[in-house]
Ligand binder design. Structure first.
Ligand code: FES
Ligand SMILES: [Fe+2]
Length: 385
């Protein structure tokens, strides 16, 4: 089935409960450490998460490290040019191996100097020759399942999970004309927030708040929702001019060859469970969340432009307003979400009625709840859905 680009937008995507009965999720969904623990087990360790862009590690020996819900991770490009992902700890006694990013001919443990090749195999283990039965081959770095889509790196701790393309469903069709694979990442920021990971993504999928929270920046917006196939959601903020900059003519032209639908506005997508990809007419940016605790989340915001734009002599000057906008709007959102987290922790907090403009909040609540143990969800609901 292909996405019909003339699709009539639908005002909301859920079939039940009826609109008038829809409520926000029980407060425990955002505040209960037991719910968070269940999410890690049943959602985060079983689904694809975004780990960066291939152009961040272009050459043999290039590496980049990141933290994930499942622990420290390294992305390494081998001598053979192949990008691989490994658990970033030593097979001797688990010291972290690499930090930050850079280029290295091999990976040497800073604790007892076991050393690994870029393909993860163990090359040397000082003093271990005297250990009876010790063999190097079983003690290479532990690989993590990785798939690439249009230059974006996704990892999954579950070797039995469906492939990335199956997970993405028909998303690649809707945003194909943006040609994300021809873009390069040029900017990135990370902040630690004091709110639940789901609040960051729910907020990023509704325009109900934009005229208020972002009165001084992006202002009021209008959006429509589309039905999707796969584990993702989308709204389109309607504006024929890029909304990736504030109140000025966009410094870059629209990407050539965008579909008529893509020219009409900006697609805000969420690829469940933890990343938003936003496609404006002239760029793409992401919001990726890394849950740490029920009320603590690292938010990563990054931006990509078509490679041809990045080669313009005045690229940096032109791109500045985009970075300013991404940072300012993200900080405005985090400010309100941290207030929301405090409110949700009240012993008197109860689910409130949702607006039709909260349609994606509900859709995303449903996606998560459908993957939690039913007994836990029933227990939460007893608190008053
Ligand atoms: S922990 Fe790495 S060599 Fe000992
Ligand atoms: Fe916002």
């Amino acid at each position: 089935m292909s996405m019909d680009t003339t699709l009539v937008p639908e005002p909301y995507v859920w079939s039940e409960p009826p609109l008038g009965d829809a409520k926000s999720a029980p407060t425990r969904f955002y505040t209960d450490p037991a719910v968070f623990k269940a999410e890690v087990t049943h959602i985060h360790l079983k689904h694809w998460f975004f780990a960066g862009r291939v152009e961040e590690v272009p050459n043999p020996g290039d590496y980049k490290t990141l933290q994930s819900v499942g622990g420290p991770v390294m992305l390494v490009r081998g001598e053979d040019g192949v990008l691989r992902a490994f658990a970033n700890f030593c097979r001797h006694r688990a010291s972290i191996l690499l930090e930050g990013c850079g280029n290295t001919p091999n990976i040497i443990c800073p604790y007892h100097a076991w050393n690994y090749r870029l393909d993860g195999s163990l090359a040397g283990a000082p003093g271990m020759r005297e250990v009876p039965k010790f063999e190097k081959p079983p003690h290479g770095l532990i690989p993590i399942r990785m798939e690439l889509w249009e230059g974006s790196i996704f990892l999954n701790y579950d070797d039995g999970a469906p492939g990335l393309m199956e997970h993405l469903g028909n998303m690649p069709e809707l945003v194909g004309s943006h040609r994300l694979g021809d873009m390069v990442k040029t900017w990135h920021m990370e902040i630690e927030t004091r709110c639940n990971w789901k609040l960051l993504l729910e907020n990023a999928m509704e325009t109900y708040h934009t005229g208020i929270v972002h009165a001084a920046t992006v202002g009021a917006q209008r959006s429509v929702s589309f039905p999707t196939r796969g584990n993702w959601h989308v709204i389109q903020v309607q504006a024929r001019r890029s909304i990736a900059v504030l109140g000025q003519e966009p410094p870059f032209p629209a990407i050539e060859g965008l579909t008529e639908q893509a020219q009409q506005g900006t697609f805000f997508t969420v690829i469940e469970p933890t990343v938003q990809f936003v496609y404006a007419q002239d760029c793409m940016w992401w919001l990726a969340v890394r849950p740490i605790a029920v009320d603590r989340t690292v938010l990563s915001v990054g931006g990509c432009f078509p490679k041809a734009y990045t080669e313009l002599p005045d690229f940096a000057e032109r791109a500045g307003p985009y970075y300013n906008r991404w940072e300012a709007v993200a900080l405005e959102d985090v400010g309100i979400l941290e207030r929301q987290q405090v409110g949700l922790s009240s012993c008197l907090a109860r689910p409130g009625p949702l607006s039709w403009r909260d349609d994606m909040v509900l859709a995303m609540n449903h996606w998560v709840m459908a993957r939690l143990p039913p007994a836990l969800v029933d227990d939460m609901m007893a608190d008053g859905w």
